[in-house]
Design a protein around this ligand. Sequence first.
Ligand code: CO
Length: 134
Amino acid sequence: MIGRLNHVAIAVPDLEAGVKTYAGVLGARVSAPQALPEHGVTVVFVELPNTKIELLEPLGGNSPIAAFLERNKAGGIHHLCYEVDDILAARDQLKAEGARVLGDGTPKIGAHGKPVLFLHPKDFCGTLTELEQV
Ligand code: CO
């Protein structure tokens, strides 16, 4: 069902410091910051030859990554995103397997302008898992 690893998302308390680490220390190509108010984050994309790293900083008072950063003050890996061909078919198959889809199960438009869904970490080896239709 799942295809390529689309991105690894890392929550950071300070996006500018994260950009310095990836662009400066690691010498990666990093996009300009994008505010995504509907997702409660500001994001930059680190472009690697085989995948992307997304650095997420909380945006606004009700950010979905605020609690994660409360528990992981230095930041940390927040989720993995796998590509699927058909997100509704993937959702239905996963639900039939007993996996929990977060929210009401309706795909949202993610940071790349494509439909995404999140799956409960307890059903996926303790890792918040995103599916993106490509
Ligand atoms: Co993501």
